[in-house]
Design a binder for this molecule. Structure first.
Ligand code: PEP
Ligand code: MN
Length: 337
């Protein structure tokens, strides 16, 4: 249930509504950025009687929320959420581009990538310092040393940093260096990690799980918002299907649906979505045309030498060329870039 307060509702009216919600054993959630003050009710198992609230002073309406996820729903917050860090923004009419290597490998590699993606027009720098690898024998990332390298690249280029956190024990550490904490596909339903990133102040980018339905994806985001963090970006990165010729099946059809269902921004990662650098530009262009709010693209100065995801990484030159067409398509669909 969503309680819409009148524009002239007093602080006392709002407090009385919140008190009533608590008395019923539920939780009141102030919805930020809404056009008028709204209070979302969570914690109820079945429907709540609207009449309890509509008779209260300052209440304009009490509307049932039909979806299983509440705080991420557009029913609860009709206006777009956007994540803004300095001059970089994703969502709310601005198309944001995150680019950089899959993994932080060295200071030189990150520097070269950061300078190149910035020159081509990227807004954020990515790079994993904690890497979720299928094989325990594969390169696992540079951990804190990698985070320091990313922070140095930010100091040099001004690009905010997006980097993955894999474990609740590292949330504080990664949050000290990163601007956006990435929760990877393999951790999409790591509920204690979702709660941990929801309870800290940095923005979060949540990637869709390898086999997650859209409903499960939005439920995972709900865990983060429930802890009070509304600075959440969703990322479609492909799902596992019967197809084996591509690394994943990039579900571009999810984009318009997710945009209708939730106020959260949704970006597309065509790199993991296909696994093949030759296909990345076409999928990236399609994502812009589909109405996504941004892109995450892997770019490596020397993809053939990459310690992870080389085959899907673009060279800086290919990325710069792609950015030209991304800008042109963004203009056609009315997005600022
Ligand atoms: C990544 O962004 O490098 C990554 C590991 O992505 P995903 O979690 O989508 O596989
Ligand atoms: Mn990768």
């Amino acid at each position: 249930m969503l309680i819409l307060m009148k524009a002239d509702a007093s602080k006392g009216d709002v407090e009385a509504v919140e008190k009533k919600i608590r008395e019923l054993g539920f939780t009141p959630n102030d919805i930020p950025g809404a056009t008028r003050l709204a209070i979302g009710i969570t914690g109820n198992q079945g429907p709540v009687d609207a009449g309890i609230f509509t008779v209260m002073a300052g209440v304009a309406d009490a509307v049932p929320v039909s979806k299983p996820w509440k705080l991420v729903s557009r029913e609860v917050k009709p206006n777009d959420t956007f994540v803004k860090i300095g001059g970089a923004q994703i969502g709310g009419g601005r198309f944001g581009i995150i680019a950089g290597p899959c993994a932080v490998e060295s200071r030189e590699q990150v520097d070269e990538a950061a300078v190149a993606v910035k020159a081509a027009g990227a807004h954020f720098l990515r790079g994993g310092a904690f890497k979720p690898r299928t094989s325990p024998y594969a390169f696992q990332g540079m951990k804190e040393e990698g985070l320091k390298i990313l922070a140095e690249a930010r100091a040099k280029t001004g690009l905010p940093i997006v980097t993955e956190v894999m474990d609740t024990r590292d949330v504080e550490l990664v949050g000290r260096y990163a601007d956006v904490l990435q929760v990877g596909a393999r951790n999409m339903q790591n509920f204690s990690l979702l709660e941990a990133v929801g309870g800290q102040p940095k923005a979060v980018m949540l990637k869709r799980g390898l086999s997650a339905t859209i409903n499960e994806f939005l439920m995972a985001a709900e865990y983060i918002l429930k802890q009070g963090n509304y600075n959440v970006i969703l990322c479609e990165r492909g799902i596992r299907t019967f197809e084996t010729m591509t690394r994943n099946t990039l579900d571009l059809g999810s984009i318009p649906l997710i945009k209708r269902l939730t106020h959260l921004p949704i970006i597309v990662d065509p790199s993991h979505g296909t696994g093949d650098r030759a296909s990345v530009p076409a999928l990236a262009r399609a994502a812009v045309a589909m109405g996504a709010d941004g892109l995450m693209i892997e770019v490596h100065p020397h993809p053939d030498k990459a310690l992870s995801d080389g085959p899907q990484s673009l060279t800086p030159e290919a990325f710069a060329k792609l950015m030209e067409s991304v800008r042109a398509i963004a203009a056609v669909v009315g997005l600022g870039i």
